[in-house]
Design a protein around this ligand. Structure first.
Ligand code: PMP
Ligand code: PLP
Length: 434
């Protein structure tokens, strides 16, 4: 196969909103970061760092399940309690860059910064990264492409920006390239750079174990979608929090792995593999765009908790890539068993009442109820009486008030016995409603 050639250097400025383009580095943040890279002999009267000797916490010792301990001695604890760089603590960013290179081998890793070299920053969960990426790229009135049903957190971040969300049809293998082509045929690819063009500039998708559909995109589809993005000069936002929850190996090649132009912004999350409450995620993308996200972080949260980052970083460094991937294997094994348990309970109780596809990643089963046109009332009003809770599908639709026959069931938290009992209750609920 002939590898695609780069199309020349991307003009990232054309994608930025006025707000994002107007962001300037905070002078004090720059001094703080400079100070952290300097030798201890530097006497700094700059910055506004408080004196950690006045802080009440002294040291910490965190037991890890495998018998290891993550220890913060007094010096490390002072660092954990102090301000740190807005892009993330350097040793964590370096570890993650190495992991991205190992997993995705992005062509952009070897580019110059202006050419869109791969860069990364730490975010307070991938939700923060997504929200900041959308605010960087989406103007009121812009056409934005996505495959709905989609993650309600994405809709919550995008809809208030006043954009026009265009749905691209999808099935159990994710976004359908022919449907994307059809949507894009409204615009002439040779005119997308003309002033006033309404052609979409961004496409958002969840490539693995989609929330809520459980759908995973095939590599062939990704290649076709990437080629269409090149033709229309679009950026692709690859929101992949279930990447590490793919049940079958080898894992599917990512958009990032095929990014010869520097048009992929990828969000990763530790929420499903290390902790959801610690709030840690990553934005990976072309440096000129990651820089804009970091400027936004400087002006909002300043940085993800230093304590969280140091705790995670120490664990990752002690594990190495191999130990990390061994941990992932154990997580996968758990979720795969849970999925199988949910599928067998669905077969047992819901066979004649609902339809579904087996998800090959993630933690959701998306079910279409055969004889219920809208699950909203069934779930929000009647399900609680029967003591079973699911998410009505409507919340994942662009227009949440449209009738929707789907429900989302998560197999992450309940035991197989509870899942079985829940589906028994759901089957009774549906039969009562008929
Ligand atoms: N407001 C003022 C006036 C400040 O001086 C600072 C910290 N330098 C902040 C807000 C930000 O504080 P925090 O670290 O709690 O985000
Ligand atoms: N993106 C998708 C598709 C999700 O399902 C979720 C969490 O449910 C997130 C992003 C947010 O993840 P995080 O906890 O890293 O902010």
């Amino acid at each position: 196969m002939v590898e695609p050639q780069r199309k020349g250097v991307m003009n990232y400025a054309r994608f930025l909103t006025a707000v994002s383009a107007a962001r300037k580095p905070s002078p004090i943040r720059m001094l703080t970061e400079l100070q952290q890279r300097s030798p201890p002999s530097l006497i700094s009267l700059a910055g506004g760092s408080p004196n950690p000797n006045t802080f009440p916490f002294l040291s910490a010792s965190i037991q890890v399940k495998n018998g290891q301990t993550v220890t913060f001695d007094e010096l490390t604890m002072k660092r954990a309690l102090q301000y740190s760089a807005s892009s993330g603590i350097p040793e964590l960013v370096t570890w993650m860059k190495n992991l991205q290179k190992k997993l995705h081998n992005p062509p952009t890793a070897s580019y110059s910064p202006e050419q869109g070299q791969m860069d990364m920053c730490v975010t307070t969960g991938s939700q923060e990264g997504l929200c900041k990426v959308f605010e960087m790229l989406v103007n009121p009135g812009d056409n934005v492409l996505l495959d709905a049903p989609t993650y309600s957190g994405t809709l919550a971040a995008l809809q208030p920006l006043g954009c026009n969300l265009i749905n691209v049809s999808s099935d159990q293998h994710g976004m359908i390239p022919a449907a994307l082509k059809e949507v894009l045929s409204r615009w002439d690819p040779s005119e997308v750079h003309k002033p006033g063009s309404t052609a979409p500039k961004i496409l958002y998708t969840i490539p693995n174990g989609g929330n809520p559909t459980g759908a995973s995109m095939t590599v062939e589809r990704k290649k076709e979608v990437y080629e269409l993005a090149r033709l229309y000069d679009m950026l692709i936002i690859e929101d992949d929090p279930y990447y590490f929850l793919q049940f079958e190996k080898p894992w599917a090649p990512t958009f990032l792995s095929m990014d010869v132009d520097g048009r992929i912004i990828r969000t990763d999350s530790f929420s499903k593999i290390l902790s959801s409450g610690l709030r840690i995620g990553f934005v990976t993308g072309p440096k000129p765009l990651v820089d804009r996200v970091v400027l936004h972080i400087q002006a909002s949260t300043m940085h993800t908790s230093s304590f969280t980052q140091l705790m995670v970083s120490q664990l990752l460094h002690s594990w190495g890539q191999e130990g990390f991937l061994q941990h992932i294997d154990r997580v996968i094994e758990f979720y795969k068993k849970q999925r199988d348990a949910m599928l067998s309970s669905a077969d047992k109780w819901l066979k004649d009442l609902a339809e579904w596809h087996s998800p090959s990643a993630g933690m959701f089963l998306w079910m279409k109820l055969r004889d219920i046109a809208d699950t909203q009332q069934l779930i929000m009003e009647k399900a609680l009486e029967k003591e079973v809770l699911l998410v009505p599908g409507g919340v994942f639709m662009i227009n949440s008030s449209d009738p929707c026959p789907y429900v989302r069931a998560a197999f992450s938290l309940s035991t197989p016995e509870q899942i079985d009992e829940a589906f028994k209750r759901l089957s009774l609920l549906i039969k009562d409603a008929l």
